[in-house]
Design a protein around this ligand. Structure first.
Ligand code: AMP
Length: 478
């Protein structure tokens, strides 16, 4: 078990708009895919904060006149999904606090990898924590007037934390955007009228008709106040960049553009590359919706095998439906997907999905194909096998639950029951991103899920492995 529950999130911020709360609400709507467990908005009217947070979907939380009461031209918002055990309203973000500098609100996407260590240190100095989320550590660090004997500031605080963080921070009169020096998680900058916008993904800018300006750079701090926007680099320019390639594979919405690459086009390209690497004679290509749609299209275009949307997805099944038990997981696939039998009966079918995590979905899908009378089922995965857990804000399970960490290719094929199984190669995924291959000395992205090459120290994990009893006692205590 990890000391801190893992979570993934969407963040949004706006400065200088009379309808800041409403636009944040719509921004969060577009970022709902990044977290469906809780959401919140905090506005500032220059003197006071106004906040509303709740459990569930954005549309369920901000009902009635809630937004009307959230006055002020600055706002930040957050959508959150976490693993079971930490699903409490008190963990919903943005987090707010008051300190010597005034009021502060923070919304965080990513996971810190030295959170347990820092929390112990802060608690030893007398900090009282209100939540069990790692993001609160950033709030506590920012609140400290001095650090290591010198006057504290944002840059100093950032230098204490390790891991992944895209942040939007609000004070009474300012909006601040920050990306960690690796740039694990996305954050972009936009403009609507005279207002500045920060959002996890460009799809949130599109919805509110904001113009995309640029991505916030890894290690960059942008400060927006009545003097306009100013920017600074908090880390040396030669710092390694490590945007998480899994954002392109699965996490981001296909209508977003990240670092000048359309997520949709990259996914189609991953499918094309997969078809080049692992062709197979078949009658039809069927994607697993929605995660396999683009890659399936790419596979079909490249192989010239017809594409059929044979699976129909029920879009009214929210993540809140998901329960961790294996029984419910199996059941969940059928609730979510129904197969149009006549499109696959007596056919040789290539099923394309973006990734295999535990293998439960793929196994169920092969069974559905067999039940529908498919002659052959060839599974093609548009990313390499996930052999390592993520510690930077994508919810993947521990190693012993990852199919590819516990089985070889033939073992995986047998587990899911397909006639053949193939994964896009590691170099292949880089090819789909426009590179010749992975630069082994300095990989262009972080691909730790596929390679085990974690770009940062995993301080808490190392401590946990050194002393599992001590940390599990601590975990129980919070
Ligand atoms: P599994 O049944 O555990 O193998 O799940 C595989 C499915 O989950 C694939 O269709 C993926 O699109 C999707 N998936 C991949 N990564 C994640 C994640 N971090 N959280 C939720 N779903 C995911």
């Amino acid at each position: 078990m990890n000391y801190y529950p893992k979570h993934y999130c969407g963040i949004f911020g706006i400065y200088g708009h009379p309808n800041a709360a409403e636009l944040t609400y719509y921004g969060l709507y577009a970022l709902q895919h990044r977290g469906q467990e809780s959401a919140g908005i905090v506005t500032s009217d220059g003197k006071q904060f106004h906040e509303h947070k709740g459990m569930g979907l954005v549309s369920q939380i901000f009902k009635g006149n809630v937004l009307h009461d959230m006055v002020g031209p600055i706002a930040i918002g957050h959508t959150r999904y976490s693993t079971t055990g930490s699903s409490h309203l008190r963990n919903a973000q943005p987090l707010t606090g008051s300190c010597a500098r005034g009021q502060i609100a923070i919304a965080h996407n990513g996971n810190l990898t030295n959170a347990a260590q820092l929390r112990e240190e802060l608690e030893a100095k007398g900090s009282i924590f209100q939540t069990t989320v790692d993001s609160e550590i950033i709030l506590h660090l920012l609140a400290q007037p001095t650090m290591q004997g010198e006057s504290n500031n944002l840059v100093r605080s950032l230098h204490r934390i390790e891991g992944a963080y895209s942040l939007v921070i609000m004070t009474e009169n300012e909006l601040i955007g920050v990306r960690d020096p690796y740039g694990f998680r996305p954050l972009c900058l936009g403009q609507i009228d005279d207002a500045w916008v920060l959002a996890s993904e460009t799809c949130a800018l599109d919805l509110i008709h904001a113009k995309y300006v640029r991505d916030v750079e890894p290690g960059e701090i942008v400060v927006i106040n009545r003097n306009g926007l100013s920017s600074m680099q908090a880390f040396p320019q030669h710092h390694r960049r490590a945007f998480c390639i899994f954002e392109y594979v699965y996490f981001a919405r296909p209508d977003s553009t990240i670092a000048n690459r359309s997520v949709y086009k990259v996914r189609v390209e991953m499918g094309r590359q997969l078809a080049r690497e692992f062709p197979v004679a078949a009658d039809v290509v069927v994607p697993v919706p929605d995660s396999g749609n683009c890659a399936g299209l790419g596979y079909s275009l490249e192989s010239r095998i017809p594409y059929e949307m044979a699976f129909v997805r029920n879009h009214y099944v929210g993540r809140s439906f998901l329960q961790p038990s294996q029984l419910i997981r199996d059941f969940d696939v059928r609730v979510k997907l129904n197969l149009i039998e006549e499109l696959v009966k007596d056919k040789r079918v290539i099923v394309v999905d973006d990734s295999i995590v535990r293998g439960t979905t793929s196994r169920k899908i092969v069974q559905m194909m067999r039940d529908a009378g498919a002659k052959e089922v060839h599974f093609r995965i548009a990313s390499p096998p996930i052999t390592h857990p993520d510690y930077y804000g994508i919810d993947t399970p521990e190693r012993d639950k990852l199919l590819a960490a516990t089985h070889d290719l033939e073992g995986m094929r047998q587990f899911i029951g397909a006639d053949s199984l193939a994964f896009l190669s590691v170099d292949g995924i880089y090819r789909a991103m426009g590179f010749d291959k992975r630069d082994a000395a300095r990989p262009q992205f972080t691909d730790h899920c596929f390679t085990g090459d974690y770009p940062t120290a995993l301080t808490d994990l190392a401590a946990q492995e050194a002393s599992p009893r001590q940390l599990s006692l601590l975990a129980e205590a919070i």
